[in-house]
Design a protein around this ligand. Sequence first.
Ligand code: ATP
Length: 275
Amino acid sequence: PSMTRGVANEISIVSWDDIGGLKDLKKKLQQAVEWPIKHSAAFARLGISPVRGVLLHGPPGCSKTTLAKAAAHAAQASFFSLSGAELYSKYVGEGEALLRRTFQKARLASPSIIFFDEADAIAPKRTGPGGNSGGNATVGERLLSTMLTEMDGLELATGIIVLAATNRPNAIDAALLRPGRFDMVLYIPPPDVEGRYEILRIHTRKMKLGEDVDLWKIAECTELFTGADLEGLCREAGMAALREDLSANSIRNTHFQAARNSLNPSLTKAVVDEY
Ligand code: ATP
């Protein structure tokens, strides 16, 4: 059952195998997130203090959210998700209250992973050089200070790891990047040809493909497509087969070609180069 975002302890059923490409990245996340939870005794024995926060950044649609869910699932941890933008838009005080409540719930349900989407929204509003919005702390300032307090408090709590995602890493407040907070920063790149091939394989797992479908060829002609774009392309190929013949038994190469021609990648070279 889907529950309200923000207060939800979502049951996450995404596994590492549901994520195409990103082999090294998955390994890093396994060690940083899955190990401290699953092998906490080993960390204690060797006196290693686990990473408390991991910041994932990169263009939209390239699996930041999915990676966080997979990490939670693999660690068998409770998963809490919050949107920075959503916190920011709440009534005075409500965003901070929700933030505190979520950390509280995560402590009770530990081991837990708290995932912050659009984490860049948790920052003071920049009002220009030297600018300050006046006497009252801005929404962003209050959210940031609550976030810092909660993250610093994790020192005493074991089994809670905070993952945050942003498309705008430069907008993340420097205070969040100090040691003991988000001390691991990982770039999630758009998929390369091999990654795209694996993503296409994942999203066609349940589809009936004709023998003439060559997913590698499709991977080659989908540069700048994100994982989300490729997922859409697979669906569109299936729809093309159905539009042609509602009693079709398989999705053929022509349908993938038609889908490819009708869709544009959501990334551009210029956007990717900015990261
Ligand atoms: P945003 O920044 O827009 O929140 P995101 O980086 O968090 O995006 P996701 O929400 O994880 O991206 O991905 C969107 C969808 O695209 C997912 O539902 C997933 O099915 C698909 N997807 C993206 N990347 C991959 C991948 N590497 N392998 C398989 N599926 C992927």
